[in-house]
Ligand binder design. Structure first.
Ligand SMILES: *Cc1c(COP(=O)(O)O)cnc(C)c1O
Length: 360
């Protein structure tokens, strides 16, 4: 991605939500080693975790700072994203940034989010209102201007083009008021992958693609600017293997009735680990190098699969919930489709009790 967007744009590595559950500290360390200058998180607390681990690069806090968290933002040198003009006044009243070695209070650098049509976070104020707010907040420096796409993979809808036009219009109008932020950023993974070059600006903010996923596009999308493969594999082990006769009712509610004698394996992972409950009687895993269907309902700590086709499997054997065994693979996109959700949700659902191992 860095190559795809250079030299005009640089990359902000989005490591919110524990790096989509890949482990924020470990991912951040890899990115810093690769020379990344910026990371982005959702909350102040997520930023604090990175600082506590010794991550020193710039960290953008994207999803809001509560009033009682402002001192912590200053102390940890985090960079807040502002979503309304009132926040300029609030940060300014707090006196801007930290006191430097010369004893002067530095300006607090902030990024302002524009609502260009997603109607979630971001200000809908006019350029003159924004300029007035900035003039009234001398302790605050508007370092960055940003926005976020609602439908970047959709090449049928015109929403993305409209958002891009709205952003450039606002940036132009602000410049007329003398407001020229040093940095501008708009594009997350999908707007980089399906190149929306006019929205790459000075920085791009990919998350999902760093973890190896680009969402499927709708309509006439251009070819992807880069290709990725999933960074994460998720495995569990067989707790027990058993043979059941035809007519056996498997699991809670007896929702699966064995049509014939079957061999089952009970896996040491359930919805508390992040196996989607919606995969009950629908999903599959990879066991013994081939797909094995999930039978019955997924329970909190256990999932039952049909291994009639792989009778060699034993308790303690590894089973792949997400990943690859030889030619057979299962990724978060496929799982999401079966479960009626999105790949982001499949990754973010992998819970804290699933042990992470990092391999080079
Ligand atoms: C999560 C998020 C991103 C990253 O999105 P991906 O689709 O994972 O690349 C970028 N910007 C903002 C504001 C976000 O909330």
């Amino acid at each position: 991605m860095r190559d795809a967007v250079s030299p005009s744009a640089r990359v902000i590595g989005v490591v919110k939500a524990d790096a989509y559950r890949h482990g924020a500290v470990e991912v951040a360390r890899v990115l810093v080693r690769e020379g990344i200058e910026w990371l982005a998180v959702s909350s102040v607390e997520e930023g604090a975790v990175l600082r506590a681990a010794g991550i020193e690069c710039r960290i953008l806090v994207m999803a809001g700072v509560m009033s009682w968290e402002r001192d912590m933002v200053r102390e940890l040198s985090l960079t807040p994203v502002l979503h309304s003009l009132d926040e300029f006044r609030a940060w300014n009243e707090g006196g801007g940034g930290l006191v430097n070695e010369a004893g002067n209070r530095e300006k607090l650098r902030v990024h302002l989010k524009l609502d260009t049509g997603m109607d979630r976070l971001g200000t809908r104020a006019s350029a003159s209102e924004i300029a007035t707010a900035i003039t009234g907040a001398p302790h605050v420096e508007l370092e960055g201007l940003m926005s976020h796409f609602a439908s970047a993979t959709d090449f049928v809808s015109s929403q993305t083009d409209e958002q891009i036009v709205a952003f450039h219009q606002m940036a132009g109008a602000l410049a007329e008021h003398g407001v020229r932020p040093a940095l501008m950023h708009f594009s997350s993974s999908n707007a980089v992958a399906y190149p929306r070059r006019s929205a790459w600006l000075s920085l791009v903010r990919p998350g999902h693609a760093m973890y190896g996923y680009v969402s499927p596009a709708r309509g006439p999308a251009p070819p992807a600017a880069f290709s990725v493969k999933p960074a994460l594999a998720w495995k569990t082990r067989i707790v027990t293997v058993k043979d059941v006769p035809a007519g056996a009712k498997i699991g809670y509610g007896g929702s699966f009735v064995a049509p014939a004698p079957m061999r089952l394996a009970v896996l040491s992972a359930g919805y508390a680990d992040g196996v989607q409950h919606r995969l009950s009687n629908k999903g599959k895993v990879i066991a013994g190098g081939r797909f094995a269907p999930i039978v019955g309902t997924v329970s909190m700590d256990l999932t039952t699969i049909d291994i009639t086709q792989s009778p060699q499997l034993q308790p303690g054997d590894e089973v792949t919930l997400l990943g690859r065994e030889g030619e057979v693979s299962l990724d978060a996109q496929q799982i999401a489709k079966t479960a009626g959700t999105i790949s982001y949700n499949v990754l973010c659902a992998i819970s804290a009790r699933v042990k992470r191992f990092y391999v080079d």
